[in-house]
Design a protein around this ligand. Structure first.
Ligand SMILES: Nc1ncnc2c1ncn2[C@@H]1O[C@H](COP(=O)(O)OP(=O)(O)OP(=O)(O)O)[C@@H](O)[C@H]1O
Length: 556
């Protein structure tokens, strides 16, 4: 068992086989004992390993627990191994899904059984990242309205098994969770906040927690240049919405039990958050997609068709595509020149991502910021790039935004926590060219390899629509009426020209202003997740590493 000292090693009965069970600081392993193999003529030994950090719980096995399951072996167990303990652990199944599996070991004496439970629990208590107390918000109306049932039937039992206590709030209105977190919740009591719902519900939790953290630290989030304080509590997402993109991007699957297990083992996935401002007022946070033009129009139109259900996205997509609007304006951005990756390097952000670990130190960031302030005070904007143009779409992807419709996502190499967002500019082009570009989101071709598309990895950006540049400051402060945004051409107009402006979609919400400033807040939050695991990591537990065996002489 690698080079670590054994904490315990015993010959125990598992089902009807005698197995050698070993525990060290990092692994619990068992393999059919040699005499058992001879007896059953089973040939090669099957060994199993479970990482200690992926053990959910260990408990004394009550008689009725496994009496039926192992009826065959009961006689032998009763006679020689009457005491038993059960270890619940994470088992990886298909497509990044985790399940809570049980293995029961029968011991010859009560002392040995209690020793195994005690020593294993001691090891679990050393895992200080694991939450003990959680605040859970359930949106009973998210998705197919199954949030409450999903939590009660699939999540609460696993939390109970792991000894986690949870205070549950079923929301009574939109923004209930956000407002409660912002002002009322006694956050000192908890090790994390869990949301049961979709992306809209996650956004509520993000806004509540991030705003509360700034208030508690005296930071004014209305200041576009303010360096926001990272939230200390992690957020868990139990997917129960119709769109669960954030969960999918950080776990690799939308499965409530998998998410619950990531919470139990105390995973931590840092995540960048974009703060979006209009002049000196804070508008919203974004973690996935900020889209102007095509996606803004699509979302605005689909909001009017909510009654259609998910089909509204297809219909609005076709309508927006046929409208083929473009918008004039100025984009300025601060490139992330010191970043290790680039949007076209084909390096995907995965669990333990090297690029996300190489975040600039806060000193560097601060230096960059004060430098910038100094320069802007002198009237120069060194480091910033400015582009005037006519755009069909302006997108900022802070994660790949992969989903079943677009398996690669809008920016396949975007990173969850590298302090940047990928700014994608799609300039005015023919309808056919734009169609070719959209098509590339669904196949293997590089969607940025078009003369009318450019992509930049940036730390900040601003957008000023041309239309607004002509208005007075007074007009700018007026929230624009939604109607005025309507980009869809009427039957009489030609669709090749759009005089007005579009609107921004910010993680699915429509922003009230077109002129915005965006700043990436590096690793502002952490989720109970670990990013999408590579295939090798997935297989680790399935493959029984030979290095663990042969066992040395057992001590019991
Ligand atoms: N009790 C409630 N009543 C009505 N709305 C609520 C309630 N609780 C939360 N909400 C709001 O419901 C919205 C949608 O919720 P959620 O994201 O959980 O589900 P969804 O089905 O994925 O939603 P959508 O796909 O429409 O964004 C959220 O924006 C949230 O603010």
């Amino acid at each position: 068992m690698d080079k670590q000292a054994k904490l315990l090693s015993s010959k125990l009965l598992q089902k009807h086989r005698l197995v050698e069970v070993v525990l060290n600081r990092s692994v619990l392993a068992w393999e059919e004992a040699e005499e058992g193999r001879k007896r059953s003529n089973s040939g090669a030994a099957h060994s199993h390993t479970v990482q200690v950090c992926e053990i959910v719980a260990v408990r004394k096995t009550e008689d009725e627990d496994d009496a039926q399951k192992t009826r065959k072996s009961r006689k032998e167990a009763d006679q020689l191994h009457p005491y038993a303990f059960t270890v619940s652990y994470v088992r990886r199944t298909r497509q990044h899904q985790w399940r809570c599996a049980d293995v029961t070991f029968h011991c010859p004496s009560q002392e040995l059984c209690e020793q195994w439970i005690r020593v294993t629990n001691e090891q679990l208590s050393l895992l200080t990242d694991r939450p003990k107390s959680l605040l859970v918000y359930i949106n009973p109306y998210g998705g197919k309205r199954r949030g409450k049932r999903i939590y009660e039937q699939k999540v609460a039992p696993v939390f109970r098994r792991a000894g986690i206590s949870a205070d549950v709030i079923v929301t009574e209105r939109a923004n209930h969770a956000r407002d409660h977190l912002k002002t009322e919740a006694n956050l000192d009591k908890y090790d994390g906040v869990v949301c049961v719902g979709g992306d809209g519900m996650f956004s509520e939790i993000l806004h509540g927690l991030a705003s509360r953290t700034q208030t508690d630290h005296g930071v004014d989030q209305n200041q576009p240049d303010a360096e926001l304080v990272p939230c200390s509590l992690r957020i868990g997402i139990i997917p129960a919405g119709s769109t669960d993109c954030i969960c999918f991007a950080t776990v690799g699957t939308n499965d409530p039990v998998t998410s619950a297990l990531h919470i139990i083992v105390g995973d931590s996935q840092p995540m960048d958050v974009c703060s979006v401002h209009h002049n000196d007022s804070f508008l919203r946070f974004s973690v996935s997609l900020l889209g102007y033009g095509f996606y803004g129009d699509l979302l605005t139109d689909s909001e009017r068709k909510r009654w259609l259900g998910p089909a509204r996205y297809d219909l609005s997509g076709v309508k927006t595509f046929l409208s083929h609007n473009y918008y004039e304006g100025t984009v300025s951005f601060l490139p992330a020149e010191d970043n290790l990756g680039s949007p076209r390097d084909k390096l995907q952000c995965r669990s333990g991502c090297r690029i996300c670990q190489h975040k600039p130190s806060s000193n560097d960031q601060h230096g960059e910021m004060s430098d910038e302030k100094e320069k802007s005070a002198k009237g120069c904007s060194s480091g910033w790039t400015t582009i005037h143009g006519k755009f069909i779409a302006i997108n900022a992807a802070s994660m790949s935004c992969a989903c079943p419709r677009s398996p690669k996502g809008l920016s396949p190499s975007a990173h969850l926590a590298d302090g940047t967002t990928d700014l994608i500019l799609v300039r005015k082009c023919s309808r056919l060219d734009f169609f070719k570009h959209l098509l590339r989101h669904t196949n293997k071709d590089d969607q940025f390899d078009h003369s009318f598309v450019e992509v930049h990895r940036v730390r900040k950006f601003r957008f000023q629509p041309r239309h607004h540049e002509l208005l007075s400051l007074e007009d700018l402060s007026e929230p624009v009426q939604k109607k005025a945004f309507s980009p869809i051409c009427s039957a009489q107009t030609t669709c090749s020209y759009s005089a007005a402006h579009s609107s921004w979609t910010c993680d699915g919400e429509i922003l009230p202003h077109a002129a915005i400033q965006v700043s990436v807040q590096c690793q502002l939050i952490r989720l109970f997740a670990r990013g999408i695991e590579e295939q090798q990591q997935q297989q680790f537990v399935f493959e029984d590493p030979c290095t663990l065996w042969p066992l040395e002489q057992s001590t019991n």
